[in-house]
Write a protein that binds this ligand. Structure first.
Ligand SMILES: NC(=O)c1ccc[n+]([C@@H]2O[C@H](COP(=O)([O-])OP(=O)(O)OC[C@H]3O[C@@H](n4cnc5c(N)ncnc54)[C@H](OP(=O)(O)O)[C@@H]3O)[C@@H](O)[C@H]2O)c1
Length: 269
């Protein structure tokens, strides 16, 4: 039996956690927490060398089995390929974490239309399709969990990061609805929204920024919780409450726009 086959076998026995965007940032921190509690893992992202390095470290430090599936999830048909590969390997997914995502700071008018399409395909379409692919088996078993990583950007439109915020609003709305559909089925569904977090997507250590490990702790707590949506970090809980419940949408958009405009200008210079 090869190492990959052995990994698949143990994942079958225990029910693995499938984490997309697992090689870096928040995804890597989530896999670390899951491995620390003895959960076998399936890691998905595009960079296979980085995935393999992360897998080797998780195996060595926590003794769990880790399967890597290098895949571009924004590609049409990729989530179905992933499900097929796991079915062939006999891997049962107990926990699905839809974490892979990308941002595109700048104006819509100045963006490459294909990149906007790719962002929505990854952040929204792949999340919905992957969920629909793995949910039926969880429902049939009467257990499992799906965590969709949204963003505080889901709570208000974001000029200069428009497609990103809209795609995350999709994730939040989709997850809220799914939470209702799956109540009392034994399957836990929750959206977790980080705010600014220090990762390769959002480098630098500005004041108030969270660390990936803090977001991962929030994800682990959300898995044990009951509600449909959780925001990471007190300051961001307050911010999203103000933006979505207290301010008119236009005012909230003006504030988020002034934040992302700075990033767009930095990118241009
Ligand atoms: N950092 C923040 O401030 C922040 C705030 C709110 C929400 N979030 C959300 O948190 C999640 C994780 O982001 P992060 O901050 O940890 O950034 P990150 O370190 O850049 O992680 C993104 C992950 O997604 C993978 N990925 C990107 N494009 C992919 C594709 N087409 N197919 C498959 N995998 C792909 C990347 O690996 P490859 O490049 O190898 O594919 C990487 O592992 C995202 O959904 C993001 O929107 C982040």
């Amino acid at each position: 039996m090869t190492a990959t086959e052995r990994s698949a076998q143990r994942a079958v026995d225990q029910g693995a956690a499938l984490v997309t965007g697992a090689g870096t940032g928040i995804g890597a921190a989530i896999t670390e927490r899951l491995a620390a509690q003895g959960t076998d893992l399936v890691l998905v992202a595009r960079d296979s060398a980085r995935l393999e390095a992360a897998a080797a470290q998780l195996r060595a430090e926590h003794g769990v089995d880790v399967l890597t599936v290098p895949l571009d999830l924004s590609r049409q048909g990729a989530p179905a390929e992933l499900a097929e590969r796991l079915a062939e390997a006999g891997v049962e997914v107990g926990v699905l974490v839809n974490n892979a995502g990308a941002a595109l700071v700048g104006t819509v008018g100045g963006a490459d239309p294909a990149r906007i399409r790719g962002l929505v395909d990854l952040n929204a379409s792949a999340v919905a399709e992957t969920t629909a692919l793995f949910l039926p088996a969880m429902l049939a078993r009467g257990n499992g969990a799906i965590v969709n990583i949204a963003s505080t950007a889901a709570y208000a439109p974001a000029p200069y990061n428009a497609a990103y915020a809209a795609s995350k609003a999709f994730v939040l709305s989709f997850t809220h609805a799914l939470w209702h559909e799956t109540r009392d089925t034994g399957v836990r569904v929750v959206a977790v929204s980080p705010g600014a977090t220090e990762t390769p997507m959002n480098p630098g250590s500005a004041r108030g920024k969270r660390r990936p490990g803090q977001v991962a702790d929030t994800v682990m707590a959300a898995l044990r919780g009951r509600g449909p949506a959780v925001v990471d970090g007190r300051a961001f809980v307050f911010q999203t409450f103000v933006f979505s419940r207290l301010l008119p949408t236009r005012t909230a958009a003006r504030i988020t726009g002034s934040y992302f405009r700075k990033g767009a200008l930095r990118k241009q210079s």
